[in-house]
Design a protein around this ligand. Structure first.
Ligand SMILES: *Cc1c(COP(=O)(O)O)cnc(C)c1O
Length: 404
């Protein structure tokens, strides 16, 4: 473990430092939370929970929303409500934060990892198709992984970093092989694929309102779907599977996964600012893209032609054949200047907690060269200029600065 330093990711930035991605609370948060406290509606029942569920679902084009204590809980409930469990397998990006892989494991199912698209960093549809068409077998009981005998039941496309996955081919493959599609939209609230908002594209989707996401409730999540039965089932499981609220009869084992009214009050206030957050993130991304293009060996964050990304976490790549400086050096240098940056997650196939026998060259290459840089909604132009100046310095002084 490296020595923790002042600007270590995951620790609050100090005075004068520039954090990676922090909450921005600039609306009715105080008023709505105050109302919860004044009326003592602070727990998991209350009008803000209903309002937040209705407004978020409607915002992403879904019929129903079930608020949860976290995005991970929403993913777990989505999988469980679809009846996925022991003896099943679920396809998911290898290049992702660990939560969706963990949620698959909670159900007893096996995550099967899919490589990253080198152009978008999202789930690679060619690798997905190769797995489904070449490695799995269509049998009477459905699509089966012959190595394990597990039934392949679902795909979890994780829209990473605020950019959608290429949903057209994913939905086609799912349809052809009778697979459920659970969007992990936790990083991409507000983004769209061919004009359709993420969260409305699959059978069910999960959002997160953790502190660093597009909007925050401190901690929290939501499952959204058009499927009433699935939403009812998820709500039932999220409240300890209570069958009789008077007699406390439970026919199944459930969870305590509800969001509180205080958190939902924050959520309603934050949702009112989502358009502003998206607009600001896009403006930050546009400035970075323009200026980074002038630097040797730097690739700005990608955006596919069919995507309307929200640039949740602005992530550049350093081309090792053109920039002499690697992402670790740039990270350390910016850290010394009080600027927080972060590498991408260890891909799941390399994670000691998960792993895989297959190789994932694209995910490895992205992970080795990518660096996320400050992009909070509240980042000022002056702060962004400071980040750019340090990046320019780091790349010009160590890289081949004379190259275009
Ligand atoms: C943040 C995140 C989650 C989980 O959200 P929590 O609310 O922190 O549980 C799930 N998947 C991905 C890809 C995430 O980035």
């Amino acid at each position: 473990m490296p020595e923790p330093t002042r600007c270590e990711p995951g620790t609050p930035a100090g005075e004068g430092e520039i954090p990676l991605c922090v909450p921005h609370l600039d609306g009715q948060e105080w008023a709505y939370v105050r109302e919860c406290l004044d009326t003592a509606w602070v727990s998991s029942a209350g009008s803000y929970v209903d309002e937040f569920e209705a407004k978020l679902a409607s915002r992403v084009g879904a019929e129903r929303g079930v608020a949860t204590s976290s995005g991970t809980a929403a993913l777990h409930l989505a999988l469980e409500s679809l009846g996925i469990g022991e003896g099943d397998a679920v396809l998911v990006n290898t290049l992702t934060f660990i939560a969706p892989a963990n949620a698959i494991r909670y159900t007893g199912a096996e995550p099967i990892f899919v490589d990253a698209d080198p152009d978008t960093y999202q789930l690679d549809v060619d690798d997905l198709e190769g797995l489904i068409e070449d490695r799995f077998e269509e049998r009477e009981e459905g699509l089966v992984d012959p190595r394990t005998g597990n039934r392949v039941r679902a795909i979890v496309p994780v829209h990473v970093l605020g950019h959608p996955c290429e949903m057209g081919p994913i939905l086609r493959l799912a349809d052809e092989h009778d697979l459920a599609v659970i969007e992990d939209a936790t990083e991409s609230l507000g983004a769209a694929y061919e004009g359709e908002p993420v969260g409305s594209l699959g059978d069910v989707a999960a959002f997160s309102f953790n502190g660093n996401k597009m909007i925050t409730t401190g901690g929290g999540g939501m499952l959204v779907t058009d499927d009433d039965e699935l939403a009812d089932r998820a709500r039932y499981l999220s409240t300890q599977a209570k069958d009789d609220p008077v007699e406390y009869v439970h026919e199944e084992i459930g969870y305590n996964y509800r969001l509180t009214n205080v958190q939902a009050a924050l959520g309603v206030a934050q949702l009112e600012q989502l358009d502003d957050h998206v607009e600001r993130k896009r403006a930050i991304a546009a400035r970075y893209a323009k200026r980074l293009a002038e630097l040797p060996g730097v690739e700005p964050m990608p955006a596919a032609p069919w995507a309307s990304p929200v640039y949740w976490l602005y992530t550049l790549r350093l081309d090792p054949t053109r920039a002499d400086v690697d992402r670790r050096t740039v990270h350390e240098r910016l850290e010394r200047a009080g600027i927080q940056t972060r590498p991408l997650w260890q891909p799941m196939h390399r994670s000691p907690a998960h792993g895989s026998e297959r190789e994932f060259p694209a995910a490895d290459a992205i992970r080795d060269t990518a660096l996320s840089i400050p992009c909070s909604v509240g980042l000022t132009d002056e702060e962004q200029e400071r980040v750019l100046a340090e990046l320019e310095d780091a790349l010009r002084s160590q890289g081949r600065g004379s190259e275009p």
